[in-house]
Design a protein around this ligand. Structure first.
Ligand code: F6P
Length: 320
């Protein structure tokens, strides 16, 4: 193997730059040429690429986002787009591709593998919804962003006897909401994986208020409902003054945490090593503290990563 390529695709997340740096430097150190594809699969279709040197990835690991840029590429879902992307790769003399991205991007990577170019996926999505890996890249930084926001909101909530409803991202996965509720001491977390009873929550809120706990934070995963709706239902049912914060894209950016920098370095190096070993058609996974591989065919057909039931249980137990 002489030449490999790397791209970042789908929603950006913190740690992508650290991962790109690891891929480029591990690749070059192994005697490979490394091509950086810009704007994800769109760049593959439009032939936007540049050869990487060690200097191309200097001074980037501390920054969020992705210096190669990313895109959600609809064309890759068409036969023609997939064919063009694969032919362009082959035309560049690329013998292996590393795809850094979430669920849809890994599907794109698997489709390219089926066109005959070995692909290794690196799970990267703040949602932590990719199966077979305990953590995806960017999750830890996103959680740190969320708890930083909640810590600040708690100051105001306690100063004004207010209830805050805080909406997190996550698509149909509630990991960010429940993990951040535990880590920030929020009172409730509403997630798509578990049914919730708003009537009961309102009764509890009123009782807690009568007992002197006059403020609260309710985390709601975007897949479990809209913070705005939940807040107005609480106001209508028990008359509490409620404020809404939709954290949105604030969660995705910022300087990556140490965990995401180390994870990115490990994922990047493992991806290069396994391409060289001929293990294309897989995704690198962190299981416990071990770096391992799962077939892309298995990853892309397994649906979203289930929530560990211990998490919502723990969140409930810690509610005072
Ligand atoms: O998958 C990452 C994610 O941030 C989701 O949590 C969210 O639903 C979605 O991407 C937002 O997508 P976009 O950046 O295209 O608005």
């Amino acid at each position: 193997m002489k030449r490999i390529a790397v791209l970042t695709s789908g929603g950006d997340c913190s740690g992508m730059n650290a991962t790109l740096r690891a891929v480029v430097r591990a690749g070059l150190a192994s005697g490979l040429e490394v091509i950086g594809i810009q704007k994800g699969f769109q760049g593959l279709i439009d032939r936007l690429y540049e050869p990487m040197t060690t200097r191309s990835v200097s001074n980037i690991l501390q920054h969020g986002g992705t210096f190669l840029q990313s895109a959600r590429c609809k064309e890759m879902r068409t036969e023609a787009g997939l064919h063009l992307a694969s032919e362009n790769l082959k035309g560049m003399g690329v013998e292996g591709l590393i795809v850094i991205g979430g669920e849809g991007s890994l599907k794109g990577g698997y489709a390219i593998q089926q066109q005959g170019v070995p692909v290794i996926g690196i799970p990267a999505s703040i949602d932590n919804d990719i199966p077979f890996t305990d953590y995806s890249l960017g999750v830890d930084t996103a959680l740190n962003n969320i708890i930083h926001a909640v810590d600040n909101l708690k100051d105001t909530a306690s100063s004004h006897d207010r209830t805050f409803v805080v909406e997190t991202m996550g698509r149909s996965c509630g990991y960010l909401a429940v993990a951040s509720a535990i880590a920030s001491g929020a009172e409730y977390s509403l997630i798509p994986e578990e049914p919730y009873d708003l009537d009961q929550i309102c009764k509890d809120l009123r009782k807690r208020f009568q007992e002197g706990r006059t403020n609260s934070i309710i985390m709601v995963a975007e897949g479990a409902g809209k913070a705005e709706d939940i807040a107005s239902q609480i106001k209508n049912r028990i008359g509490f003054e409620t404020r809404v914060i939709v954290l949105g894209h604030y969660q995705r950016g910022g300087s990556p945490s140490v965990f995401d920098r180390l994870l990115g370095a490990r994922f990047g190096q493992a991806a290069v090593e396994n391409l060289i070993k001929g293990n294309g058609g897989t995704m690198v996974c962190l299981q416990g503290s071990i770096m391992t591989l799962t077939d892309l065919a298995t990853v892309t057909s397994a649906g979203i990563r289930p929530i560990n039931p211990m998490l919502p249980k723990l969140a409930n137990q810690l509610l005072a």
